[in-house]
Design a protein around this ligand. Structure first.
Ligand code: SAJ
Length: 414
């Protein structure tokens, strides 16, 4: 069976490699020639556990190759970026470009699956009419489905195999054809539904998380006003069997939670009230953190800040929509402090990889990402920093010996 995967990013590449490891003849397509060249030389352009081995194995077995040119196959999976536009709606331009590439390639009985996250009704209102304009009838001679990805960066390989998958066909025949492919790989349940239900389910999963994080972040601000220990409140409230307040932080990042809720807002602004407010609360967190940083620096007459962690969450290399990045730039551009950024996972010339080096002579260590290496921060701080002051917005530091330590439990002391 031949499979083409269009878009070789965090989702498309592992998807392609996993199907290839199951013996399918897989071609991965990307517009970026440098990426294609690297992959064919067994070199990765992204960091994700377990995919280097898969790449080597599937290239050696000749089950996977990368290319810039789409050729005919039985199945096509589209996993291209779908960012949000200025008006908050879903930017489907990459998706449309991918579908156009299929125009002169697809034949009767082929199946096209969209994995990219899309706004509600995109399959029905945009993708289906495009395919039908090529002269096919969806559900009769071409099969079309939305099968949203739901994997967590850092655990992609495990989750692609074990997570339950929503399979939403335009018709039942489309759903069945899509299941014939995914059952070769997925060990979780394959949940059959309509395309529009699949689209909304995916968006609501990430929205649920975003709204719950907003609730935790709002609690942090209220607790700051009232001199209450917010992290203790969360811990205790979560002892209740039906309560799960999420973890507060410096904001919500990544290309999913910080983007997907907007697709719902854009499709029904009048009714999407909580969803829209939650986005605003999470977006306000960088300013809240900067306010606290300024107050600390004023009190201690500090000059140098070391930002620890730039990625949108811990132990990954992805800086898309990262609130840590926003905080770093804001401090760097709009304050008089010397600001240094450290992240062991980010390879950029202005980012220091070495923790101790970045902390040299610093007055404040500002932890913005929960990388494992910050748990034992005291080991790097003592004797290196000018003042051993740490503001840990992710509650990741476990060893606080010898530190003047602030987190969301005691920021009212700042
Ligand atoms: N975050 C908090 N507090 C929390 C949890 C997360 O502040 O309690 C922050 C993180 O620091 C990060 C952001 O939220 O900045 C998003 O992180 P995440 O781990 O919640 O999610 P993503 O964006 O890495 O992946 C999500 C996942 N969705 C859900 O868990 C419902 C994943 O399963 C999806 O496949 C992915 O979005 C996607 O591609 O849509």
């Amino acid at each position: 069976m031949k499979l083409t995967v269009i878009g070789l990013g965090y989702i498309g590449l592992p998807t392609a490699l996993l199907f290839a490891s199951k013996g399918l003849d897989v071609t991965g397509i990307d517009v970026n020639e440098a990426v294609v060249k690297k992959l064919n030389n067994k070199e990765l352009h992204i960091e994700e556990n377990g995919i280097q081995d898969l790449l080597e194995e599937t290239i050696d077995n000749k089950n996977f190759k990368a290319s810039t040119e789409v050729k005919h196959s039985d199945y096509y999976i589209i996993a291209v970026p779908t960012p949000h536009l200025k008006d908050n709606s879903c930017d489907v331009s990459y998706l449309k470009a991918a579908i156009l590439k299929l125009k002169d390639v697809i034949k009767k009985d082929d199946t096209i699956i969209v994995e990219s996250t899309i706004g509600p009704r995109t399959m029905q209102d945009i993708v289906q009419p495009m395919i039908e304009s090529f002269g096919f009838t969806v559900g009769k001679d071409i099969y079309l489905a939305h099968c949203p990805e739901r994997v967590l960066p850092g655990k992609i390989i495990h989750e692609m195999i074990h997570n339950n998958r929503i399979v939403g066909g335009i018709t039942e025949a489309c759903t069945k054809k899509t299941i014939n492919l995914y059952e070769l790989l997925v060990q979780g349940k394959l949940l059959e539904t309509k395309a529009s239900t699949a689209e909304m389910s995916k968006l609501m999963e990430n929205t649920y998380r975003d709204v719950n994080i907003a609730l935790a972040n709002e609690l942090v601000k209220i607790s700051d006003t009232l001199n209450i220990n917010a992290l203790d409140v969360i811990k205790l409230a979560n002892e209740h069997p039906r309560v799960n307040i999420h973890t507060p932080g410096p904001g919500v990042g990544g290309h999913c939670l910080a983007v997907d809720p907007y697709f719902i807002v854009a499709s029904d602004e009048k009714n999407a009230q909580i969803i829209s407010k939650a986005r605003a609360i999470n977006n306000s967190m960088p300013d809240f953190v900067i306010g606290k940083v300024n107050k600390i620096m004023e009190t201690i007459k500090g000059k140098k800040i070391t930002v620890l962690g730039l990625t949108y969450k811990g132990n990954i290399d992805d800086i898309r929509e990262s609130p840590a990045l926003d905080i770093y730039h804001e401090l760097k551009l709009k304050s008089d402090f010397e600001v240094v950024a450290q992240d062991s996972h980010v390879q950029l010339d202005w980012v220091e990889n070495d923790i101790a080096k970045a902390l040299e002579n610093s007055d404040l260590a500002l932890v913005l990402t929960d990388h494992n290496e910050y748990r034992e921060l005291a080991n790097y701080v003592n004797g290196t920093m000018k003042q051993n002051i740490v503001f840990d917005t992710k509650n990741v530091v476990k060893n606080t010996k010898g530190l003047k330590y602030y987190n969301f439990n005691n920021i009212y002391n700042i």
